[in-house]
Ligand binder design. Structure first.
Ligand code: CA
Length: 219
């Protein structure tokens, strides 16, 4: 899953970035409203964590622009604890949820997981499909009850496929989930991770759609 972090405070930004990356998210970090707007127009994200107090303007304007374009990407706004008016304005401008500063990182992570599953049309916290069970909260995976260890990048490839069985994702779409701006993308990386996943989950679990991409077939 690929996230956009919009946060102008360097210390807060660094620490949130570390936490998100440790949780296997690919994260791009921008520090002002202009860069946030550009990133949201040019890249594809699964969720935005948006600080409302930004140096070059209000995070609310970024949110309003986004919703005016009918973008459905989940947005969590961040406000000061006593800024109730700002939270109400943010929710009414199209935010899906909010967190208050100072951040509780465990709360942010739980809210991110909840929003990502709802945006994929799911309510249940675990991914369960054809004997494979993934728990995004603990990063544990089992196949027919046996625990398997997935690398962070294997997880990053598997989760979006497992979120919507039957949906074909292209190599480019999976690459977007894997990397943030600063990472190098090797040309066969997705194939390598798919190969690793097939060894662990069974050769038929993820199928190749020739010339199009990859899919986990519906049950
Ligand atoms: Ca700020």
């Amino acid at each position: 899953m690929r996230l956009l972090l919009v946060e102008d405070d360097p210390m807060i930004g660094e620490s949130v970035l570390d936490v998100l990356r440790a949780e296997h998210y690919a994260v791009d970090w921008v520090k002002n409203a202009g860069s946030a707007d550009t990133a949201l127009r040019t890249e594809t994200y699964d969720l935005v964590l948006l600080d409302l107090g930004l140096p070059d303007g209000d995070g609310l304007s970024v949110l309003r622009e986004l919703r005016a374009r009918k973008a459905r990407i989940p947005v969590i706004i961040a406000t000061a604890r006593d800024a109730i008016d700002q939270r109400i304005a943010g929710l009414d401008a199209g935010a899906d949820d909010y967190v208050v500063k100072p951040y509780d990182v465990d709360e942010i992570l739980a809210r991110i997981r909840a929003l990502i599953r709802r945006s994929a049309g799911r309510a249940e916290p675990l991914y369960e499909h054809e004997g494979v069970v993934l728990d995004p909260a603990t990063h544990t995976a089992t196949v027919d009850g046996q625990s398997v260890t997935l690398t962070a990048k294997e997880w990053a490839v598997l989760e979006p496929l497992l979120a919507r069985p039957g949906l074909i994702l292209s190599r480019a779409q999976l690459e977007e989930k894997l990397y943030s701006w600063k990472d190098e993308i090797s040309s066969n990386a997705v194939e390598v991770y798919i190969h690793g996943l097939r060894k662990k989950l069974g050769t038929q679990f993820i199928q190749t759609v020739r010339g199009v991409g990859y899919v986990i077939p519906k049950s």
